[in-house]
Design a protein around this ligand. Structure first.
Ligand SMILES: *Cc1c(COP(=O)(O)O)cnc(C)c1O
Length: 375
């Protein structure tokens, strides 16, 4: 019998909450309020509260959330934004779309997130913002990062696209810096039925600015356009779906955690596999379960032959992407990041992943890593 294990299973999730989702969608259809409106405000308030901050603005997607947050922070041509290179391209795009220059720092090999010790050397008088990425759902070392940022008078914007509900010392992603951005892309831990994103912050004026640029730079009314803006509003249908799903998020995160523990129990004793771990005081949202393996390509092929999906997050760091070549990045600039990119492999992980299937996946990974290396 051929097996087929996906990376995520959104159908399984829908089956669990079908009546709630169907009612939420039906409600919006009947209200014919398709853009913004009460449901959007309700979801913004609920998600802000979930993160532990007072203000939020829904936008069209996570890339816009980053781009518009940087614009609202006043980032402009000639400014520099410090971030990491092992992230999804959107983190870099947001910087470039504001005509600013990305400055990449290397990451901590234990958490794969921004190494605070590398920050100091990256500052120049033009540094405006730091964007740590909570990669795979694991929060970056925010306390140390914010200390350095404060000493230089720059703001910290969390890219929390993968980290809904992650926390450090009980404080959640979204409340760990000046502001944070989230993506609700369908495959994220809290996923819409289309594209959606959000900017959250404790600063009301900043969120007002985001709202203004996300809705045509409006002032007093629709036809009073004070600043250059764009159309990046949160769809009401998405807000209704997300509001229905939000009440399940913590339960789903617990189910992810249970599966992560099972993977790690099965794999931790194998010297050929490097399992992901949480830093002291950190609670990952476990968006991805990403191992390191020296012979990644062969392991990928082996799992594929067994019908098991895997993915590489990310095969090429941003400083080596052709789209960013004008900044002169070259191999060897970020040794930890580059090594990770050549070794990481994400295994299937989602709340509904049957534990017996997970055990089969883990057993194949373990047996592969025990086999003597050919040659
Ligand atoms: C998904 C993601 C984004 C972009 O979000 P979209 O909603 O797809 O635009 C940004 N940063 C990171 C780290 C992501 O994983």
């Amino acid at each position: 019998m051929s097996r087929s294990v996906p990376m995520v299973d959104l159908k399984a999730q829908y089956r669990r909450i079908k009546p709630e989702i169907d009612a939420a969608i039906q409600g919006v259809v009947e209200s014919t309020q398709f853009v913004r409106g009460e449901k959007c405000r309700e979801f913004e308030a609920a998600f802000a509260e979930y993160c532990g901050v007072d203000h939020a603005c829904g936008v069209a997607n996570g890339t816009d959330a980053l781009t518009l947050a940087l614009r609202a922070l006043g980032v402009e041509r000639g400014d520099e934004v410090i971030t990491v290179a092992n992230t999804f391209i959107a983190t870099g795009e947001a910087i470039l779309l504001n005509e600013a220059t990305p400055i990449f720092v290397d990451v901590d090999p234990a958490t794969f997130t921004m190494d605070p010790d590398k920050l100091e050397a990256a500052f120049t008088p033009r540094t405006k913002v730091i964007i740590p990425v909570h990669l795979y759902g694991h929060p970056a070392a925010m306390r140390a990062i914010c200390e350095v940022a404060e000493a230089h008078g720059v703001k910290v914007l969390e890219d929390a696209a993968q980290a809904h509900g992650a926390s450090i010392g009980g404080r959640r992603a979204g409340a760990l810096g000046f502001a944070a951005t989230f993506s609700f892309y369908p495959g994220k831990n809290l996923g819409a039925y289309g594209d959606a994103g959000m900017v959250v912050s404790g600063d009301a004026d900043f969120i007002d600015k985001v709202r203004q640029v996300a809705n045509h730079g409006g002032g007093k009314n629709k036809y009073d356009n004070q600043v250059l803006g764009t159309n990046s509003r949160l769809d009401t249908l998405q807000a209704a779906v997300l509001l229905a799903k939000l009440s399940h998020l913590d339960e789903w995160t617990d189910e992810r955690r249970e599966r992560v523990a099972a993977y790690s129990r099965a794999l931790a004793s194998h010297p050929g596999v490097d399992c992901p771990q949480e830093a002291d005081g950190a609670r990952s949202a476990w968006h991805l379960y990403t191992i390191r393996c020296k012979d990644r390509e062969s392991l990928e092929e082996r799992l594929k032959a067994e019908g098991i999906s895997t993915a590489v997050h990310y095969p090429r760091p941003l400083h080596l992407q052709p789209a960013l070549s004008r900044f002169g990045g070259k191999p060897g600039d970020l040794p930890v990041t580059e090594k990770l990119c050549s070794e990481v492999l994400s295994l299937p992980l989602y709340p509904e992943l049957p534990l017996e299937v997970l055990e089969e996946v883990a057993a194949i990974v373990a047996s592969f890593c025990e086999a003597p290396v050919a040659g």
